[in-house]
Each structure stands twice: as structure tokens, then as C-alpha cells.
Design a protein around this ligand. Structure first.
Ligand SMILES: [Zn+2]
Length: 838
């Protein structure tokens, strides 16, 4: 799964925004409460009612084993009920038993049979306990049939950071009343929500093959795991699709979705690779997902285990509760993947696509046995993003992603004080955090750099081949790496996986002329009462005249000195030459050494570290030259750093930078470079004639560029700002919507109200985050007629969101409206809406 709060939001916005976003993102579901059919007895179920474990979070004890799950699903769109018939083939796991306990949350049970005979059962709304009528041994199987109605919308749900809701089965726009949303259904199993729509044993250490029959209106297409066996047209005008997956997978990976989707059919080797998108966005399916076959080929070869499943389909649904979910062979994505060509110019989605695909080995083929071990799924999936970037776009791009991940982890000071593997877990949803994902990915990178590529890829191939179709915990991974490398690796796994935090290093340098020795002192400054004292093998590059020598040192004390014999004072000692340590660093290089590093060290991260460190010497003429040189770097991220340094340049160098900036603003291949260059030109070079830059920006495909132009015009040439705002008023691009909202907040009249009203109708939850503050400014400037128009929209939006922060903000707008309104009658009306929301 992609963790929406920590990963994607960060990609769209800024690192500094991370901690804020982490707090705010939650459910964005439209809750429907239809009357229940008279004969259905509604169980009151709180899906979080399991007692929280106080000490050790054990994996699920295996009493019975489901071998095969066969489902026949019908939908009641009026009530949002799932009408199901489940046929399970089951056997005792080891011990003899005359009982089967299934997870089944919030059902009305019509009938239960064992081997075709009516069975006695008890049901508490959460667990279905079936009497088998005789004692079975582990060598005997039996068939269980459950006829039930699942009522996912009746469940009380509790969200988490990664998944905003956990009712398992979702009906989108079921009554068709929202003209901006298609009618769809989809499921989300992880962590333990698939039992909200079919009876199962909901644990990562369970596995079954499955067959899924789903009956829908003929206008809908469906998707599930495995192959589509056949479709049958029914006499009542519906159609039944039957999907089958013969390879066993964990219950949380079962999926079902349907709606009006167009299917783009691609292939890898001879396997189906399909992209399901809404008709409006389907023409861009190849643009968005088109590298998938190459990714499957690359991962299959790189890890030495071919993609093991029947097919690979990817579907983009509305209002998804997470970024994406790695359901076996049928991955679900959230709707920001509904991109136009212009959206794509600013943001591709290959990180999320490669993440979900990599899960098909790490998560789907080999599955963590319990949620405390989640990083075995998510750390690897996050590292899949690195591997794809490294192969397709080069090490710079991969290192940039890794660096961002490291910083997302380091920035979350409140969240990183927990172990990676949390055996004392109380809330399984809390595992979907910066530790399991971002830090997890970086630890795997460190492990690769420590053991070397050959050992690393041999070990993960062995791990996958040894534990395929089996549950694993962290020690399985360690034992494989130990077997391959011949080294006891408890030190590495103990400090990184079974402990919290990270090293905080301070690095000092001395040179003794008489002995010709360079001395590097490294101190571990982290609080040792809360964090481990680390053992850190570190690669060190020593740059002398004409040569670079790599040495590996091992830091394993609080403070250590390392001596290097050199012929003369070296130019640079580059500690952590691979830039792979998960740590903070205070590196006391001199200005000359940082400059040497910028000019000579090979990695993007070397240059980045040097440029940032040189900021404190920014008035120095050589440093200024380095900043200018950064404009000509082939890698775009270095160019963006150069752009950020323009304000530090002296007047003469700013003049020298100007033509470079103009060239970047008008011609660079990356829209982020064009957009940032444009912004700096408008801020620093406003007195110059920049008409050619603006003319180019007006024609630019990128919304990032156009929004920066709009923001500039809003302060300098309002009539041009109006022209852009009106041209783009119907856009679905969030960046452009925000820029227009900022402009209308200050300049808009009643005529612009429709822009805001449409957004409140289209978006829900976190999607409104950036619009709300602008609307508050806008509505304060309007008269009673416009306020009156807005009340209903805000009130409905507040009722429909389950995101507490957004709801409170919307209530705040209503209070503002009340204080702005002139007439007492209108004030009263607004107060009644506020009261209705409390
Ligand atoms: Zn994931």
C-alpha cells in the first residue's frame, strides 16, 4: 500500500508540510445510512473492538486453514449491501477440531452449511463460530457454505494514517445524485477489512486460492484477482463475471471493483497487463501506466524471480482510502492518477506504480506474518521505487528519492521514536508510518551497500524462493542474509529493526604535518538512553593529488579517531562516500573542502550536501562561482538548487546568472526547473524586460509554470491574471485551482462564486485543504446574496466529510459568513446550519 499521508502528499507539496499533513488526512467518505430491510437484524459492530494487546503482538494462531474461497457476490445499491454466498474449502491447521471460527464483520447471516448440511453456529457480529458436527483431522477437508448479507456502511469505523477508513467494501455515488462522480464500487482489505464483505480468516499467515463471481449491471466492467474465466448474461439484464486465481494469497489481498471503466490492453511477455480508467482519462492510460511491462521485466530480471501471478491489472477509482493497494494482480489507485497530459507534465506516477508492483514479490508472494513486521512489505516496496529509478533514470534520480525519504523520516521527530519491528504494538494501523516506509526503504539500501550488490541480490532471490507463498518475520530475512554472506548479522538487524532512532554524527578533521597523517574523529551524539550505540561500517574516500582511495572504517564507540596516512594534506576526506547512512550529520569540512567536494565528488548527493553547506560562505567569490556553475549541471535537481541560490549572488553574478535563468525558464526539459526559474525571474529581475519569458510561460504545457505566471500577473498585470484565471477556471488540477482561488480571494466578485461552489461539490476531505483558507478571504468580501448561495454548499460539504479537521474548517467558514452577513434573517439561517452540524 502507498501511505497517502507520508508519501504522495509529500511529493506534491513540501517536506516542511509533512508533519502538518500527517495530522490532517483522514476519511473522505460519504456515509449513507439507508433504512434496513425489515427481516435483517442489524448487528451493532465496532470493528476496532478487539482488545489491544498489552505486551507482545503475536501473529494469529492458526487453528484452521482455508484452502479455497469461492464467492458469489450481488450488490444492493439502494441499501449499499453486499449479498454474498461463500463456499470455503477448509482443513484443521494441525490439531484436530470440531469447530471453525471465521471473521465476519457486521453481517446478517441467513444460513450456514457444512458439507451440504445445515450447521449450528453462533455469531456475535464479529466472529462466526461454526460447529462442524464431527472432529476433523488435518488430513481431512470440509466444505463450508455461508449465505449472508454484509452491511459495510453500518460498521463503525476508525481510520488510520494510511487508510482513512476500514469498512472493506465501498459504494461510490450509489444513488447517482452527484453529477461529478461516476457510480463505482471497490474494496480495500488491508489491514483486516475484507471480512467486512466476505467470511474468512483474516490474517497475513493465512492463504487461499479463490474464485469470485460478481453480478453487475451490463454497463459496468469488473475487476478481481486472477483471470476472468467467463461472463454470463442473465435474463434480468445483468451480467455475471467469474474471476479465478489458482495461486494462493493472503486474505487482505483479495479485491473486487466495478464501474464504467475503459480497459487499455497492454502485455508483458505473453501475460495480460491492463489499465482500467474512467473513459475521460482512458486516452492517457498508456502515458500514465505505459512503462509497466518494462518494470515487470526489469524487476523479474533484477531480483531473479519472474513475476509469479496470472496477470497485472491497474485500476484508478474514486475516493480511494489510500494512495494505492497492491491487491494481487489487480492494483487499486487513488483518483489523482486520473491525469491529463498537462497534469502529467508536472508529476508522473512511476514511484507509486513501481511501489505497488514490487509488492507483488514483497508482500504478495512472501507475506509478513503479522503487522509488527510490516516493513518487510513496505520497506521493500519503497525500495522498489529506488531500484526502478536507478535502472530507468539513473542513480541521481534514485538517490534523490532516497534522500527525500530519509528527510521525511528525519523530519517526523515525533514519529521516529519507535522500533521498526513493533512487537509491543497496540494499534496495527499505526504501522503505516515513516518508519515502515521511508526509513524501511533506506535501511534496505544500507544493507545493500554494506553487503554489496552481488550478495544483496543473491540474498533477496534466496529469500523469495525459500519463503514464496509463506508468511515471514524479520528473522527469516536476517537468516537468509547470514546464509549468503557467511556473517552473523544480528548486530545490523538488532540496531536497525529491533530498535528505534538513528545515529547523530559529528565529524571533525585534523592533519598532522609532521607525521603526514590525516585524522577523522567521529562522535555519536544521539541520546544513548533512548537510542542504541550503533556499529556503523562507513566507506571513506580519500582525495589526494591525482587519486581517490576508498577505505572502509567501522565506527562502534561513542567517539573514535581514524588515522589515514597520506603523502601530503589531502584535498578531501569524504565520509560516507556512498551517502547511504540513515543518520543526521554535522560534517565540519572547511570551505575549501566543500568546494572540492562540489567540483570533484561523483554523486548528486555529494554536490547537494556541498551546495547546502556552502551557504554559510555564500559571500565568498569562489562559492559564488560554484553557485553559478551549478546552473550548468546536467541533473535537474542541482539546477533547482542553483535557482534557489540566486538571491545569495552578488549583483555582478546575478547579472551573469540572468541569461542562464532565462534559458532554463524557457527551454529546460523539466517543468519544475522552468517553473522555479520563472518564479525567481519575477522576484529578482522584475525591473528587466522579461516579456519573452512570460510569452513562453503562457504557452507552457506545465500547470506549475502557468500558476507561477498567474501569481506574478496577479501582482503586476491584473488583466493578464484575469485572462489566465478565466481560461483555467474549469481545471481539475489542484495547483492551478489553488492559484486561481488565491487570486479570486482578493479580486473575485459574485461572478466568481461558481468556481468555489464547483470545487466544494467535486472535492471532499483533504482535497479542500488549500481552498478553504482562500474561500474564507473571498466570502468575507461578498454581499448577502452571495453568502446565501454558499451556505448550502459549505454545509453539505461539512456533512459529507469524515475528516474532522476539514469539517471544523468548514464550520469556521459558516461562522465567518454569519459575522459578515448584514441581515438578521441570514445570520439566523447560518446559525441553524451551524447547529445542524454540531
Ligand atoms: Zn506499500
Amino acid at each position: 500500500m502507498i501511505n497517502l499521508s507520508t508519501q504522495n502528499i509529500n511529493r506534491y507539496f513540501l517536506l516542511s508540510f509533512f508533519i502538518v499533513s500527517f495530522m490532517f488526512i483522514s476519511a473522505c467518505k460519504t456515509k449513507k445510512t439507508e433504512p434496513v430491510a425489515a427481516e435483517v437484524v442489524l448487528p451493532e459492530v465496532n470493528v476496532q473492538s478487539k482488545p489491544a494487546p498489552k505486551t507482545y503482538y503475536a501473529s494469529y494462531t492458526r487453528l484452521s486453514d482455508i484452502i479455497h474461497t469461492k464467492l458469489d457476490i450481488n450488490l444492493n445499491w439502494d441499501s449499499c449491501f453486499v449479498i454474498g454466498k461463500a463456499n470455503l474449502k477448509v482443513r484443521p491447521y494441525f490439531y484436530d477440531t470440531d469447530e471453525l471460527i471465521l471473521d465476519a464483520k457486521g453481517y446478517a447471516i441467513n444460513e450456514v452449511k457444512v458439507n451440504g448440511k445445515k450447521a449450528i453456529y453462533t455469531y456475535d457480529g464479529y466472529k462466526l463460530t461454526i460447529k462442524l458436527g464431527k472432529v476433523y483431522t488435518k488430513d481431512e477437508t470440509y466444505d463450508v457454505f455461508v449465505d449472508y448479507i454484509a452491511m459495510p456502511n453500518k460498521l463503525k469505523v476508525k481510520g488510520s494514517a494510511a487508510i482513512n477508513s476500514d469498512k472493506g467494501f465501498y459504494f461510490i455515488n450509489p444513488d447517482g445524485k452527484n453529477k461529478f462522480k461516476p457510480k463505482q464500487f471497490w474494496t480495500q482489505g488491508e489491514t483486516e477489512s475484507n471480512s467486512c464483505w466476505f467470511p474468512t480468516i483474516e490474517s497475513g499467515n493465512e492463504r487461499f486460492s479463490q474464485e469470485m463471481a460478481i453480478t453487475v449491471d451490463t454497463s459496468m466492467v469488473t475487476l478481481s484477482n486472477g483471470r476472468l474465466l467467463y461472463s454470463t448474461k442473465n435474463s434480468n439484464g445483468t451480467r455475471t463475471d467469474v474471476w479465478r486465481q489458482d495461486l494462493a494469497h493472503a486474505p487482505y489481498l483479495t479485491m473486487l471493483a466495478g464501474g464504467n471503466f475503459k480497459i487499455y490492453r497492454d502485455k508483458w511477455r505473453n501475460m495480460e497487463v491492463n489499465y482500467y480508467m474512467e473513459p475521460e482519462f482512458a486516452p492517457n492510460a498508456k502515458l500514465i501506466f505505459g512503462n509497466t511491462p518494462e518494470m515487470i521485466e526489469f524487476f523479474s530480471n533484477k531480483i531473479g524471480v519472474s513475476y509469479p501471478w496470472d496477470k497485472y491489472s491497474q485500476i484508478v477509482v474514486r475516493d480511494f482510502v489510500s494512495g494505492a493497494m497492491e491487491n494481487t494482480g489487480a492494483v487499486t489507485f487513488y483518483d489523482p492518477m486520473n491525469k491529463t497530459i498537462r497534469d502529467y507534465e508536472d508529476q508522473t506516477d512511476e514511484d507509486i506504480i513501481s511501489h505497488e508492483l514490487f509488492h507483488h514479490w514483497f508482500g504478495d508472494l512472501v507475506t509478513c506474518e503479522s503487522w509488527p513486521n510490516l516493513t518487510l512489505n513496505e520497506g521493500f516496496a519503497t525500495y522498489g521505487e529506488y531500484l526502478w529509478d536507478e535502472y530507468k533514470y539513473g542513480r541521481e534520480e534514485a538517490d534523490k528519492g532516497g534522500f527525500n525519504n530519509l528527510n521525511v523520516y528525519l523530519a517526523s521527530t515525533d514519529n521516529n521514536r519507535v522500533d521498526m519491528i513493533r512487537f509491543n504494538l497496540t494499534d496495527r494501523e499505526s504501522m503505516f508510518d515513516v518508519n515502515s516506509y521511508q526509513k524501511g526503504g533506506q535501511i534496505i539500501h544500507m544493507l545493500r551497500k554494506y553487503v554489496g550488490d552481488k550478495a544483496f541480490f543473491t540474498a533477496i532471490k534466496t529469500y523469495l524462493e525459500t519463503y514464496k507463498f509463506k508468511p515471514v518475520e524479520i528473522h527469516h530475512l536476517r537468516l537468509v542474509f547470514e546464509e549468503v554472506t557467511g556473517e552473523d548479522l544480528n548486530w545490523f538487524f538488532n540496531q536497525w529493526y529491533l530498535n528505534q532512532g538513528h545515529p547523530e554524527l559529528e565529524i571533525n578533521y585534523e592533519y598532522a604535518d609532521d607525521t603526514k597523517k590525516s585524522i577523522v574523529s567521529i562522535t555519536q551524539k544521539q541520546d544513548l538512553s533512548k537510542n542504541p550505540l550503533y556499529k556503523l561500517p562507513i566507506d571513506v574516500d580519500i582525495y589526494e593529488a591525482g587519486k581517490v582511495t576508498r577505505r572502509r572504517i567501522v565506527l562502534d564507540s561513542v567517539s573514535q579517531k581514524f588515522e589515514f596516512s597520506t603523502n601530503s594534506k589531502q584535498f578531501l576526506i569524504n565520509v560516507d562516500a556512498e551517502k547511504m547512512l540513515v543518520c543526521t550529520k554535522k560534517d565540519m569540512h572547511s570551505k575549501e573542502e566543500w568546494l572540492y567536494m562540489f567540483n570533484n565528488a561523483p554523486l548528486f548527493l555529494d554536490k547537494l550536501e556541498a551546495l547546502e553547506a556552502l551557504d554559510k560562505f555564500k559571500t565568498d567569490s569562489l562559492v559564488q562561482l560554484a553557485f553559478l556553475k551549478a546552473f550548468d549541471d546536467p541533473f535537474y535537481s542541482i539546477k533547482t538548487i542553483a535557482i534557489s541560490k540566486v538571491k545569495s549572488l552578488n549583483e555582478r553574478n546575478q547579472e551573469l546568472a540572468y541569461p542562464k535563468l532565462k534559458n532554463l525558464a524557457m527551454n529546460d526539459k523539466k517543468s519544475i526547473v522552468r517553473a522555479r526559474a520563472l518564479k525567481v525571474i519575477t522576484e529578482v529581475y522584475a525591473s528587466k524586460n522579461n516579456e519573452d519569458v512570460f510569452a513562453s510561460a503562457e504557452k507552457d504545457l506545465s500547470y506549475s509554470v502557468e500558476t507561477n505566471l498567474l501569481r506574478h500577473y496577479a501582482t503586476a498585470q491584473k488583466e493578464k491574471a484575469w485572462s489566465i484565471a478565466k481560461k483555467e477556471q474549469g481545471t481539475t488540477n489542484s495547483n492551478m485551482q489553488t492559484a486561481i482561488a488565491e487570486f479570486y480571494a482578493k479580486e473575485g466578485s459574485a461572478a466568481e462564486h461558481v468556481f468555489f461552489l464547483n470545487i466544494f461539490e467535486r472535492k471532499s476531505g483533504f482535497g479542500l485543504f488549500f481552498i478553504i483558507p482562500q474561500y474564507k478571504i473571498y466570502i468575507k468580501r461578498q454581499n448577502d446574496d452571495t453568502i446565501k448561495e454558499g451556505i448550502k454548499a459549505i454545509s453539505v460539504s461539512a456533512k459529507n466529510t469524515t475528516n474532522t479537521f476539514v469539517r471544523n474548517s468548514l464550520k469556521g467558514i459558516l461562522r465567518d459568513m454569519k459575522s459578515t452577513a448584514k441581515s438578521e434573517e441570514l445570520k439566523g439561517e447560518i446559525q441553524r446550519e451551524i447547529d445542524g452540524l454540531n
